[in-house]
Design a protein around this ligand. Structure first.
Ligand code: FAD
Length: 266
C-alpha cells in the first residue's frame, strides 16, 4: 500500500449523498494548476465503507488502491484542495470517501490535469458555465480564482433535484450580488418535494435554454461569435445541451479544431 500523502481537514455534508471534502497535502506542495483541472484521489480497499453503501459488486484485495478523478473546486492559490463528491452507493471509491472524517489520511495524485479551463479563451468573450450536481466543482475553482477579472459576462446554470442538492448556492448568490458580471441560474426538477415553496426555475437546463429563458435572464442571446459554453455533469444533459448549441452554430472544442463548446463528462 502506498504511503498516504494528504490529510482530510474538513468534511461538510451538502445533502445525504453529497459532501464537500477539504484536503491538505502533507510534506509536499500543491503544484500549480489551472482552475477547471482535476486530480486523482485514492484510498486502499481496506478503508471502511460508509453505512449507506450497498454491497460491493466485487471483493478487492485489501492493499489495492482505488483511484478516481475529481475536479478541483478550490482556488488555484489555496493551500488546501476542495472536492465536491456524489455518493455512488455501489461504487468502489465514494463509499470509502464518505466514511472519512477530519484527521483521516488519503492519497492525492500529484498530476493535476485537464483541458476544461478558461485559459485559451479571450477575456472579452462571454462564458456560460452549465452543470448538474457536483459538475459545478470546476466552476467554483474558476470563480474563486480569477474568472471574475475577465471582461466578458459569466453565467452559471446549475441543475439538481432539490434546493438542498445545489451545493455552493449561497456562495454563488453572494458572488452574484457583489458583481454585475455574474448571473446565477439555479434550477430544480423536484420542486414538489420542497418544504418551503421554491420561487426559482424548475425546468431542465436544456428546456431553459431551448425556450429562451436563459437568454432573457442574462440579457443577450449567446452566439458562437461572443460566447464559450462549458458543460459538466450528467451525460444526458450534456448531450441535449450540446445538440441545442450545435443547432445554433456552436461547435465542440477539440485541440485541433477549436470550438465554443467545452465538455467534461463525469
Ligand atoms: C475528469 C473527471 C472529473 C470528475 N470529477 C468529479 C467530481 O468533481 N465529483 C464527483 O462526484 N465525481 C467526479 N467524477 C467521477 C468520479 O471519478 C467517479 O467516477 C465517481 O465518484 C464514482 O466512483 P466510484 O468508485 O464510487 O464508483 P465506480 O465503482 O467507479 O462506479 C460504479 C458505477 O456507478 C456509475 N457511476 C459513476 N458515477 C456516478 C454518478 N455520479 N451517479 C450515478 N452513477 C455513477 C459508474 O458508471 C459505474 O457503473 C469525475 C470523473 C472524471 C473523469
Amino acid at each position: 500500500m502506498s504511503e498516504m500523502n494528504a490529510i482530510v481537514t474538513e468534511v461538510r455534508d451538502v445533502s445525504p449523498i453529497m459532501k464537500i471534502f477539504r484536503i491538505r497535502p502533507v510534506g509536499w506542495e500543491i503544484p500549480e494548476f489551472k482552475p477547471g483541472q482535476f486530480c486523482a484521489l485514492s484510498l486502499p480497499a481496506s478503508a471502511e465503507r460508509c453505512a449507506e453503501a450497498t454491497e460491493e459488486p466485487k471483493k478487492l484485495a485489501p492493499h489495492k488502491m482505488i483511484k478516481r478523478a475529481y475536479s478541483i473546486a478550490s482556488a488555484s492559490s489555496s493551500e488546501e484542495l476542495e472536492f465536491y463528491v456524489t455518493l455512488v452507493h455501489s461504487g468502489a471509491l465514494t463509499p470509502r470517501l464518505f466514511n472519512l472524517k477530519a484527521g483521516d489520511k488519503i492519497e492525492i495524485g500529484k498530476r493535476f490535469v485537464g483541458m476544461f479551463t478558461l485559459e485559451s479563451i479571450p477575456a472579452e468573450q462571454n462564458i456560460v458555465l452549465i452543470a448538474t450536481g457536483t459538475g459545478v466543482a470546476p466552476y467554483m475553482s474558476m470563480l474563486r480564482s480569477d474568472a471574475l477579472t475577465r471582461k466578458g459576462k459569466i453565467t452559471v446554470i446549475h441543475g439538481a433535484a432539490n434546493s438542498w442538492d445545489l451545493g455552493y448556492s449561497s456562495e454563488l448568490r453572494l458572488l452574484e450580488s457583489v458583481t454585475d458580471k455574474l448571473t446565477y441560474i439555479p434550477t430544480i426538477t423536484m420542486a414538489d418535494k420542497e418544504p418551503v415553496e421554491w420561487k426559482g426555475e424548475t425546468k431542465f437546463i436544456q428546456d431553459l435554454w431551448a425556450e429562451g429563458i436563459v437568454e432573457k435572464k442574462i440579457g443577450y442571446k449567446p452566439t458562437p461569435e461572443d460566447t464559450h459554453v462549458f458543460i459538466c455533469g450528467n451525460p444526458n444533459m450534456i448531450d441535449e445541451v450540446q445538440a441545442l448549441l450545435e443547432k445554433d452554430g456552436f461547435i465542440k472544442h477539440k485541440p485541433k479544431t477549436p470550438g465554443q463548446i467545452h465538455i467534461e463528462a463525469f
